[in-house]
Design a protein around this ligand. Structure first.
Ligand code: SF4
Length: 441
């Protein structure tokens, strides 16, 4: 019987991508994937540290693993036991805590050591960096391609620089090669990806020096990926507003495969709070960049990230965020209530906005967002859009269009031809703030 592994993946697309690399390592040493945690010989967790609630969830898992281990070990052959690995974004202080609850707590950069830890005899290819490991891509039509790791920004509320280290950009040539393989429809493992997500904690500061000393910055990288022949979409995340340049706006406007959607996290609509968050841009500067972007890419769909209830945020300061939301008219927004993370600069500040008030602020912004998104969407009724199908439902398919809008696609007579991972043209028939309904044409 082959050994089985179960993946518990938490957090962002980068963690999903990391888990795909860990899975590739495990498969190289003969492990097979299971979707049932209770029958696994190895449980690998990629953890997220962005909020305390995410860390608390891992504590809950430790208790669960104890029970699984005891139950499974009664049925396993002598000498065989269930093992657990914790990796992903783990703070140094949490590593010390979790070392008792897991068999191994590993830096994500050290996943190459997994075979050695598990006593595997099979040797895996010697990669110098963990990003050199070819992932076991889970999604056959949408692929995550990390272009850099780490972050140099140290925003006051964020643990990422502490868990991922400083920024390191992958060689541009390596990224282009990986994407060429991903979009190749004859590749047996990948079957032709239709959507490529370029990932990094701050893709806008991507920088790679070529052998001839030429520097490839993110806009140039977009151009290089865009020039790869094939029918695929390019998306990217995350973007820091301070590094969102005119060159990038120009690349977004001229690269036809780069789709008109941007997530540009503002985090607060108040300059004093932005300074306290150590974000290093102003509301006015952000608005100017959006203005330029809209001029160059008029149909751009915009989303943002916001933290409500940052330490010291007054009602007036929060109202500045509401004002900004109304002014920008986002299509999508990821609104989170501030929670203290040990080790960050903000942890030294008093978490003085009550939970009730944070909830109220979250609701106020959500209401504004719903209103602006609905107004935008209403204008789309009767127009056509291209949808990348990603999930079948009972009587419709779910997909995303070029603007990253969620679309419910209903069939017409040719509907049986529709497959997951296919681009279809559809006419929008009705809308809600965050979902559009369309019919295949
Ligand atoms: S830029 Fe993003 S990842 Fe980096 S510290 Fe700020 S919030 Fe965290």
């Amino acid at each position: 019987m082959p050994m089985k592994y179960y993946l518990a993946v938490y957090g962002c697309q980068m963690n999903i991508s990391d888990a795909e690399r860990a899975a590739a390592v495990l498969e190289q040493i003969g492990y097979k994937k299971t979707l049932n945690m209770n029958e696994a010989d190895l449980i690998l967790v990629t953890m997220c540290s962005i909020r305390q609630s995410a860390v608390d969830r891992i504590h809950g898992l430790v208790d669960k693993f104890e029970i699984i281990k005891k139950e499974r070990e009664q049925t396993l052959p002598a000498g065989r036991q269930v093992q657990t690995i914790l990796t992903g974004c783990v703070l140094k202080r949490d590593k010390k805590i979790f070392v008792d609850g897991f068999d191994y707590v590993l830096d994500i950069k050290d996943i190459k050591r997994i075979p050695q830890l598990l006593g595997a005899k099979t040797k895996i290819k010697n990669q110098t960096d963990y990003l050199d490991i070819t992932p076991k891509y889970e999604n056959k039509f949408s692929a995550n391609v990390p272009i850099m790791t780490g972050c140099n920004n140290f925003c006051a509320y964020c643990v990422v620089p502490y868990v991922r280290g400083r920024e390191i950009s992958r060689p541009a040539k390596e990224i282009v090669l990986e994407i060429k393989k991903l979009i190749n429809p004859t590749s047996p493992r990948l079957r032709g990806a239709k959507e490529i997500w370029l990932l990094g904690q701050n893709v806008n500061s991507y920088s790679n020096v070529l052998k001839n000393n030429r520097i490839v910055k993110f806009p140039k990288l977009l151009e290089m990926v865009n020039s790869i022949p094939g029918n695929f979409w390019i998306r990217f995340t995350s973007s820091h507003p301070k590094d969102f340049s005119d060159e990038l706006i120009n690349a977004m406007a001229t690269c036809e495969k780069v789709k008109p959607y941007l997530n540009l996290p503002i985090q607060s609509g108040d300059d004093k709070i932005l300074r306290a968050m150590k974000r290093f841009y102003t509301v006015e500067g952000y608005k100017n960049k959006i203005k330029k972007l809209r001029k160059s890419v008029p149909d751009i769909a915009l989303s943002t990230d916001i933290i409500v209830g940052f330490p010291g945020e007054t009602k007036t300061q929060f109202n500045n965020t509401v004002k900004l939301f109304k002014e920008i008219e986002y299509d999508l927004g990821y609104i989170s209530k501030y929670s203290q993370r040990a080790g960050t600069a903000a942890a030294k500040l008093k978490d003085d906005v009550s939970t009730e008030e944070k909830k109220r602020r979250e609701k106020v912004l959500t209401d504004v967002l719903k209103q602006t998104a609905l107004e935008h969407n209403k204008k789309l009724v009767g127009t056509t859009t291209t949808v990348l199908i990603n999930e079948p439902k009972n009587d419709f398919w779910l997909g995303k269009d070029e603007h990253y809008r969620t679309i419910k696609v209903y069939p017409n007579k040719t509907a049986s031809q529709i497959k997951i991972g296919q681009f279809v043209k559809a006419k929008i028939t009705s809308v809600t703030p965050f979902t559009l309904t369309a019919e295949v044409i």
